[in-house]
Design a protein around this ligand. Structure first.
Ligand SMILES: [Zn+2]
Length: 289
């Protein structure tokens, strides 16, 4: 009896707590929606590894598990490493590519795609969404987001080392990765040069056109949303700084405080899978965008 009453009391306290945190969360959603809806123009969404982690995609460091834990990133993700140990490096990317193929976009990816369709749609004059991502997994596109700026390239695209001829990834998805992890890179059908992943390696330039487009958008946008990124890795970290320096509102969605948190217009403590569907609903509500 006493135990029962205690349980009831405990559950009630739990309810009160979850209700008040729910209120805080929906207030954040309303504030974020009001910021986005306040001005016509471009909403830039900068996304990072946190969004991928929520889909079970390991971060770069976390991808160095098991067989790969014995290697330094510089032995797996540089042009020199590929030239010296092509089968080791290529094997790691085949493994990661296949892992990403098995992952699914999460609620945050889908909500963002819906927000883009709603704001880009005919019903919302003067607004549009550009997603700029540090992620290489293609999950935004698989959720339906179009025209994604991929600052670090893509795990889904392969090309030859020599001339950059594109290589069909379908065959790579079907390759068997042996226990030692080594897979010889195929030869480019056009020129015979070895096939490499379409990601940006350490020591390589970020794709210049993508970077310039992201900077231009950051300077000219109406608002910026930063999701699942710690905001410390340059040059992506410069994008919110550019926006803030021009008095453009910046909303951060992150479960943990980041270096950016003290400077943003709204720092929303939540995962992207939780926050973005709430933002989607707040924007769709009467009085939203
Ligand atoms: Zn080629």
């Amino acid at each position: 009896m006493h135990t029962h009453a205690h349980n009831v009391l405990w559950r009630e306290c739990g309810n009160v707590e979850s209700e008040s945190s729910l209120t805080a969360v929906s207030r954040d959603a309303e504030v974020a929606a009001a910021i986005v809806a306040r001005r016509d123009g471009l909403l830039v969404v900068l996304s990072g590894a946190g969004m991928s982690q929520e889909s079970g995609v390991p971060t770069f460091r976390d991808a160095q598990t098991g067989l790969w834990a014995r290697y330094d990133p510089l032995e797996l993700a540089t042009p020199e490493a590929f030239r010296t140990h092509p089968a080791r490096v290529f094997g790691w990317y085949v493994w990661r590519y296949q892992l990403v193929q098995r992952a699914q976009p999460n609620a945050g990816h889908y909500a963002l795609a819906t927000i883009q369709r709603a704001l880009d749609g005919a019903g919302a004059a003067g607004q549009s969404v550009l997603v700029v991502t540090q992620n290489v997994d293609g999950l935004h596109q698989r959720a339906g987001t179009t025209d994604v700026v991929e600052l670090h390239g893509s795990l889904q695209s392969f090309r030859c080392l020599g001339a950059g001829h594109p290589y069909d990834a379908t065959a790579i998805g079907e390759m068997a990765v042996p226990p030692d992890g080594e897979v010889d890179p195929p030869a480019c059908p056009a020129c015979g040069s070895p096939v490499r992943p379409g990601v940006v390696w350490f020591g390589e330039m970020l794709p210049q056109a993508s970077l310039e487009r992201a900077y231009r958008a950051a300077r000219a946008c109406a608002a910026m949303l930063v999701v699942g990124t710690s905001g410390v890795v340059y040059p992506a970290a410069a994008l919110p700084e550019i926006a803030l320096s021009r008095a453009i509102p910046v909303i951060e969605i992150s479960p943990e405080p980041t270096a950016l948190s003290p400077h943003v217009t709204l720092s929303w403590r939540a995962t992207s899978g939780m926050a973005l569907p709430l933002l989607e609903r707040a924007l769709a509500a009467p009085g939203g965008a």
